[in-house]
Write a protein that binds this ligand. Sequence first.
Ligand code: MN
Length: 383
Amino acid sequence: MKESIAILGSTGSIGTQALEILEEKDQLFDIVALSANNNYHLLAKQANQFRPDHIILVNQKHRLEFENLLSYKPKYISYGSSGLNDFALNGDYDLLLNSLVGFAGFMSTYNALKRDKKVALANKESLVVGGQLISETDAFKSGKLIPVDSEHSAMLQCLVGEKSEDIQKIVITASGGPFRDFSIDQMGEITVEDALKHPNWSMGDKITIDSSTMMNKGLEIIEAKWLFNIDVDRIEPVIHPQSVIHSIVEFKDGSSKAQLGPPDMKVPILYALTYPDRVEFPNQTLDYSEAFNLNFYPVNLKQFPGLKLAMNAAKEGGYAPAVLNAANEIAVNRFLKKEIRYIDISLIIEKSLETIERDKVLDPQALFEIDKQTRNYANTLLR
Ligand code: MN
């Protein structure tokens, strides 16, 4: 029997690419659920094509218009974030592809793992904010959480057949974003339009900004720490502008393994869906008939203060990554709305980390409280 897949965040960049893969490879999965936050037009179009039993639309404002766009009658339509949380907890699926954006995605990952389901994880915040809680679930310990992100997929692929105690270091590659060659002064002049242009990857607005500040790499370092149970001190970011090597694992005998490919998220998405197997797919491959270079540059943490803050928060552990993540989400959002300058993003994060108290015992409820408190605080700064 075919396994069933639920795709949360099906209208986003990862969700739409996953559906393109599943359209081509329709023998792989039954698509049993799709969800979107706001984009009800695309959600209805996807639902009409793939006919899942369950559809979840978080923003209920266009409920009627949405239902009118459907050309079939699904078994369940749910609304609101409660609909989303309820689905992970009670819905029928074998694999959950979590491509939700932001901390809103954590509960779905956690609830699915608590039920011993497999999760293909594209939601960074699940591990950034809730890594400790997630790492304590039995499903996580038995390898049921599979990363979708290109860097973590690369690490996983390098680690197949290896023992985790043999890892000496993980080298996580970063494109460096569009401002890699900027001076500190130039960083002060960056506009929203400048920051939304990413040289290699095409992604949503939030992650494009995070990539330009290198906060994205900071969040990925926190994820890698949990996924591969490795100290942050042994994870080294390096700028690799071509985004061809997606990450490197160095072993205790001095040997390194890297995973390579053109920058295309379909490769790691497909791998997460079929792991530990590989499936034939017409993805583009590297062309060695023409000369090309692969370059590496050390990261200047003064130029990218957000990355430094993230590495410190990762070392501190506890609720520090939750504060970092919430403050960053608010700051990026405010930058996109042109309320603050580009360089204020890291200032807001730094101030939040200095101010928000966080010496409580770790549990999901308190995570939500710290998250909310940080958001309120980060929203008042520089007003
Ligand atoms: Mn990535």
